[in-house]
Write a protein that binds this ligand. Structure first.
Ligand code: NAP
Length: 242
């Protein structure tokens, strides 16, 4: 059994690109999903030591998720490791202004993606008796969440529930299912958040700075490695001491 196919949903994110740089070696085949930012991944393809297979899909609807599964299955029977990074862009909305559609959009995309992909591949991982899954959550699942983010916070808590439930169900199959929960990381994800809030968050941080993708990627890399074989069902804070 090989242990080399890594599927990254939202590989084109800032954190995904940093993870690819850190995972790239001759043994690893990375199935790198993107939605609109193909160029970012093409740039990485040039420097990649191993194979980097680019897969486009809109994960906001079921046919997009199904086409991704079809393309992944053409490359390999089943990925050995899966990282869930893709999420709709974050924006602040007071609950009274939040529409049912916005609420659903924020929750459905990451949750349906995780459900369909894991429903397809976890049984195969279980018969291989090997698998590593990492969910990207948020420090808002660890302490008091901020206001005006009910949609985002609910989506991340739903993924936390799924992660915990599946970690229990698959612990006996040598499948490790974990999460990382960063505080604010300076990426494109924050482009709809007022700059003042981003600056203020940095000022109030114990390190006097927000996180960077390079602060998060090594933790995901560790969870994907065999050094983390006795870890499952945990949600690791990557918060620089908040
Ligand atoms: N930045 C932070 O402060 C922070 C803190 C905690 C957790 N996180 C989490 O970290 C993860 C990555 O975020 P990031 O900060 O690196 O942000 P980012 O660069 O904005 O990444 C968002 C990712 O989601 C993908 N995506 C968006 N809409 C999609 C759709 N309809 N279908 C398929 N894919 C779609 C994007 O694809 P394209 O780029 O190809 O369009 C991109 O890969 C997210 O889960 C986020 O919640 C971020």
């Amino acid at each position: 059994m090989n242990k080399k196919y890594v599927l990254i949903l939202g590989a084109s994110s800032s954190i995904g690109c940093e993870l690819i740089r850190q995972l790239s070696d001759e043994e690893t085949i990375i199935l790198a999903h993107y939605y609109s930012e193909k160029e970012r991944l093409e740039d990485l393809q040039v420097d990649s030591k191993g194979r980097l297979v680019l897969i486009q899909a809109d994960l906001s609807h079921e046919p997009g998720i199904e086409s991704l599964i079809e393309l992944v299955t053409k490359e390999c029977r089943c990925p050995n490791k899966i990282v869930f990074l893709a999420a709709p862009r974050l924006y602040l909305t007071r609950f009274k202004d939040l529409t049912r559609e916005d609420f659903k959009r924020q929750i459905d995309m990451p949750l349906n993606t995780a459900f369909s992909i894991l429903n397809r591949y976890l049984p195969e991982m279980a018969s291989d008796k090997y698998g590593k899954i990492v969910f990207m959550l948020s420090s808002y699942t660890l302490g008091k969440p901020p206001s005006a983010m009910a949609h985002y916070v609910t989506a991340k808590y739903a993924l936390l529930g799924l992660m915990k439930a599946l970690a229990c169900e698959y612990a006996g199959k040598n499948i490790c299912i974990n999460a990382v929960s960063p505080s604010m990381i300076e990426t494109d994800f924050l482009s709809d958040i007022p700059e003042k809030i981003v600056e203020l968050t940095a000022q109030q941080h114990p390190r006097k700075r927000n996180g960077q993708p390079a602060d998060v990627a090594p933790v995901i890399k560790f969870l994907l490695s065999d050094d983390a074989s006795y870890l499952t069902g945990v949600n690791i804070p990557v918060t620089g001491g908040i």
